[in-house]
Design a binder for this molecule. Structure first.
Ligand code: GLN
Length: 475
């Protein structure tokens, strides 16, 4: 099959009969068999089912009945539930769990005739920045050189990077779509909090969690997001704000004012090649007539502690439901109910998840609640207000997506703080609930991909996507 760079070309070719959904699925399956044994991006491939769906949708195309995503082959992160299929959140505690229903985002794609090709590896319960916390072994970056793909949606990023699927659904709580997108040289968007229903997403930090998209171009990301987004009666926090047609791109509109967070280019520890690459990108924006404005985010260093206090607090309550009774596996050793709970959770959760449950329980405990949880909530508000103010002066806020390119597998597992720092530039957006995307741009000297992070005010996905589209020829 000839490669179709964007889904709109593929869609036209399907409708003209130049290719078929079966050929498209076979193409992605061949990429999976070529790469997945080595890269461990997919935990399960729905091979037979994807081929059957392809034949069914080919029939619909022939009779003019096909939905808008006919031929879109999608991989889904292992934290999204899909009826009749396993979802394990990368954890042993959910081994064997099969979902009795399909989450809204996946359901909306399937209703438009997208084909789900498999479920993708991730850090356990989406906690991690390198995919090394998956209890099913790490996913590996397709770039080689023994590099991590980023996390937590590492498998989803690699799936798109190596064309094992056309787009992937990941989730982003503190950077888990944007950071792996940057490490793997693909696009990744996290929409505004509440833009996409969380129904059917296995929760980590409920006031942060967002479903996002990985793709190889802006169009594919836009059309996927447009189908998933919108009010959902099953998620009370989902927004009823109308969903614009993201994939109907505007012409290169008025020039933008872009805020550059100065600290992100001068902070200690940032890779000089990342700085240089970001400066090159900024220069290109200036050449195109956009206005660049240096700005300061005074809370850059507070953002990480706020993120870790609040998300671990939310995780400690969200994960209390995994007790061996309601879902997944149960320890066989407990002699009474309490012991069964304890053993199930001790055996079922990995080290990082346990660490976060303990930290979260601590910050919520009566004696420390105000000192940690309440205080972090207050600082969250300060960060959000500060960014809101900035968006009165600038259209977008730009920085590198990550302070370094993809690191080596095992390089940061001994120093967790170092690992947490990989998210320093991505946590502000979910703290404020703002949409943001990572655009692939440039490589370091070893050929490792780098990314540019662009954040906008709430519900400005359309503006972000238009901007990204218009920059495709430079990225
Ligand atoms: N890497 C961050 C963490 O470990 C973000 C994870 C995410 O966005 N799910 O929590």
């Amino acid at each position: 099959m000839k490669p179709f760079s964007s889904f709109s070309d593929l869609s036209a070719a399907l409708r003209s009969g130049e290719t078929t959904c079966r050929q498209v699925v076979e193409f992605h399956l061949s990429k999976i068999s070529e790469h997945n044994g080595r890269l461990n991006a997919f935990l399960e491939v729905f091979e037979q089912e994807a081929l059957e769906n392809a034949d069914r949708i080919d029939e619909k195309i022939r009779s003019g009945q096909a939905g808008k995503l006919a031929g879109m082959v999608v991989g889904i992160k292992d934290v999204l539930v899909y009826k009749g299929h396993s979802s394990t959140a990368g954890s042993q505690i959910l081994k064997g769990f099969e979902s009795p229903y399909t989450g809204t985002a996946v359901d909306r794609l399937v209703r438009e005739d997208a084909i789900i090709i498999g479920r993708q590896n991730c850090d356990e319960f989406a906690m991690g920045s390198s995919n090394e916390n998956s209890s099913y072994g790490p996913a590996v970056n397709g770039i080689g050189q023994n590099r991590v793909p980023g996390g937590s949606s590492g498998g989803s990023a690699v799936g798109v990077q190596m064309e094992m699927c056309r787009v992937s659904l990941g989730t982003d709580t503190g950077g888990s779509v944007r950071q792996p997108a940057s490490f793997c040289g693909v696009y990744g968007i996290k929409p505004t909090y509440s833009r996409v229903s969380r129904y059917g997403l296995i929760a980590y930090g409920s006031s942060f969690d967002c479903i996002g998209v990985f793709s190889r171009n802006t169009y594919d990301m836009a059309i996927t997001l447009e189908v998933m987004a919108g009010k959902d009666p099953f998620d009370a926090t989902s927004s009823s704000e109308p969903v614009p047609s993201y994939s109907a791109f505007g012409a290169d509109g008025p020039k933008k004012t872009i805020g550059i967070v100065e600290e992100t280019l001068t902070m200690e520890g940032i890779d000089p090649q990342v700085v240089k690459n970001t400066e090159d990108f900024i220069q290109k924006l200036e050449d195109r007539g956009h206005t660049i404005k240096k700005i300061h985010t005074p809370y850059l260093h507070e953002a990480l502690p706020v993120y870790y206090i609040l998300t671990t607090a939310e995780a400690s309550t969200n994960l209390s439901r995994f007790d061996g009774v309601r879902y997944g596996t149960r320890s066989k050793d407990g002699v009474n109910l309490m012991e069964m709970y304890e053993k199930t959770r001790s055996e079922g959760f990995g080290a990082e998840v346990k660490r976060r449950i303990m930290l979260g329980t601590f910050v919520l405990s009566a004696n420390y609640y105000d000192a940690y949880f309440t205080k972090a909530q207050r600082v969250r508000r300060l960060i959000k207000n500060d960014l809101k103010e900035k968006f009165k002066e600038v259209d977008f806020i730009l920085n590198p997506t990550t302070p370094s390119p993809a690191f080596e597998i095992g390089e940061k597992t001994k120093n967790l703080l170092d690992l947490y720092l990989a998210d320093i530039f991505t946590v502000q957006a979910p703290i404020g609930g703002f949409p943001a995307l990572s655009i692939p741009f440039g490589n370091n000297r070893e050929g490792l991909p780098l990314g540019i992070h662009i954040m906008a005010d709430s519900f400005k996905e359309k503006e972000l996507l238009d901007f990204s589209k218009n920059l495709e020829d430079i990225s």
